[in-house]
Write a protein that binds this ligand. Structure first.
Ligand code: SF4
Length: 462
């Protein structure tokens, strides 16, 4: 496993030093650790922080769970099927633990921040040694030490934010793309969403530490930096100011950010995207539904007309402006007519990309109190209908790029055939083209020759 370590501030603490010494005594060789993060970019970033502190303690890393002496499952609770998958995975680890009782198993993240989940693990999954939630990663060395010395399980469920954990350094594997959390938590309480309950209220990091972290990444060759937050538009120190500051870093790289909330997206933000050369020319703006009654039931606090206002402003400045979005299908009480309004909305806005999901009930949220009157089968059919609609929209809308040259950050093998590379354009659209694999990690000018419903095809523009 390839690692690149980029500091964001943590210093060696006494817990780390003590665990490092204990590990040397406990294991003949450097013990390996397997860390798996489920879910969103924020969770992946948390997982990198956990890897950062474990690396300071003397652990190496492996992608093969069977080689690991420490297994960390960093969970996500945004969707019910993700939770089911985690419980399945924990169940599978039982055999590993039986074969080698010295293997430690840690379960942490959004799922275990909820008491009923932690209780279920305590009662039914005895192979798990350590449980903590979204806070407390900085105390992981202390918890491991406790288990190694007392042989007792540790459950640490704090419910307040922990600056130490938020400032831990991340251990990143990708040298080309990196994400930087700029804020944590959320104040919005959308009725279907568990995030404010498991990640607490909004907390923003100051501009300068973020700037320094981005600068160090660029100096190490990073080509794409994604600023992360549940709602970056309510970043306390001024999101546009932050974009300007990161944009001032010397070097050939681009800036992305997720996620924006439509109620806080402004003309000023669109202007900044268009004016600042390093900011990618794209906005991911989750609309969730194209029906005002459903938006109100979701407590999203904007109307479709507010959303269209932002789209129209952006397209008045640049007719090709690229938007992508998230949609939830089958919210409790949604009728087929209301669902059709969402389909119409897709046609109206013309998104380059739509991430659509069926509604998933999350205990503890307001929407969980509503009667979920739409069958899973029905939700599945609506989802399929929506995807087909979007495919049609995307094929014709993406064709606006045919004949144009886009700047693509090549980073993977293409799906089109042998010899093809893939990457994303500034507009966040997948582009495939024939090219040598040594172009991976570089910006490549690609002249677009064809639009498909999921990507663009092109050739290197020499
Ligand atoms: S803005 Fe809404 S959907 Fe997004 S994290 Fe906050 S509560 Fe959840």
């Amino acid at each position: 496993m390839k690692n690149i370590s980029i500091s964001s501030g943590s210093a060696l603490n006494p817990d780390v030093v003590r665990l490092a010494e204990l590990i040397k005594k406990e294991y003949d060789n450097k013990p390996l650790c397997y860390v798996h993060s489920y879910g969103c970019a924020q969770n992946v970033s948390d997982g990198q922080k956990i890897m950062g502190i474990l690396s300071e303690c003397g652990y190496g890393f492996t992608d093969d769970v069977r080689e690991a002496k420490l297994i960390v499952l960093n969970t996500c609770s945004v969707r019910e099927n993700a939770e089911d998958r985690v419980f399945g995975n924990i169940g599978e680890l039982k055999r590993l633990k039986e074969n080698d009782p010295k293997t430690l198993i840690v379960v942490c993240g959004c799922m275990t921040q909820q008491k009923h989940i932690a209780d279920r693990i305590r009662e039914s999954y005895h192979q798990v040694d350590i449980v903590f939630g979204t806070y407390g990663a900085s105390k992981l060395p202390q918890m491991i030490e406790q288990v190694l010395t007392s042989k007792k399980r540790v459950f640490s469920l704090e419910d307040t934010s922990d600056i130490m954990s938020e400032e831990l350094k991340q251990l990143r594997q990708d040298t080309v793309k990196a994400s930087i959390p700029i804020m944590y938590g959320c104040n919005n309480f959308c009725s279907y969403c568990i995030v404010p309950y498991v990640r607490g209220r909004e907390r923003s990091r100051e501009i300068e530490p973020i700037y320094e972290e981005a600068k160090a990444l660029v100096e190490q060759g990073c080509k794409e930096i994604t600023l992360l937050g549940q709602n970056v538009n309510s970043y306390s120190f001024g999101f546009v100011k932050l974009l300007e500051r990161i944009n001032s870093i010397d070097g050939d790289f681009r800036i992305r950010f997720v996620s924006s909330h439509p109620k806080d997206a402004s003309y000023e933000l669109i202007d900044a995207i268009l004016l600042l050369p390093k900011v990618a020319k794209h906005l991911h703006l989750p609309v969730q539904s194209g029906c005002d009654e459903i938006l109100s039931a979701m407590n999203r606090r904007y109307k479709t007309s507010d959303y269209l206002d932002i789209v129209n402003y952006a397209r008045s400045k640049n007719a090709d402006f690229s938007f992508s979005t998230d949609i939830i299908v089958g919210f409790p009480g949604e009728t087929y007519e209301q669902f059709c309004k969402t389909k119409d909305f897709l046609r109206q806005v013309k998104f380059d990309n739509v991430f659509s999901y069926v509604y998933s009930k999350r205990s503890g949220t307001k929407a969980a109190e509503l009667e979920d009157n739409i069958s899973e089968k029905q939700k599945g059919l609506w989802l399929r209908e929506l995807i087909l609609e979007q495919r049609e929209v995307a094929t014709s809308w993406l064709s606006r790029y045919v004949g144009k040259t886009l700047r693509v950050l090549a980073d993977a093998d293409g799906r089109t055939g042998e010899g093809y590379l893939a990457g994303k354009s500034d507009e966040n659209i997948i582009v495939e083209f024939r090219g040598d694999s040594n172009l991976k990690g570089q910006f490549v000018p690609v002249k677009i020759t064809k639009a498909m419903n999921w990507a663009l095809l092109g050739e290197i523009d020499k």
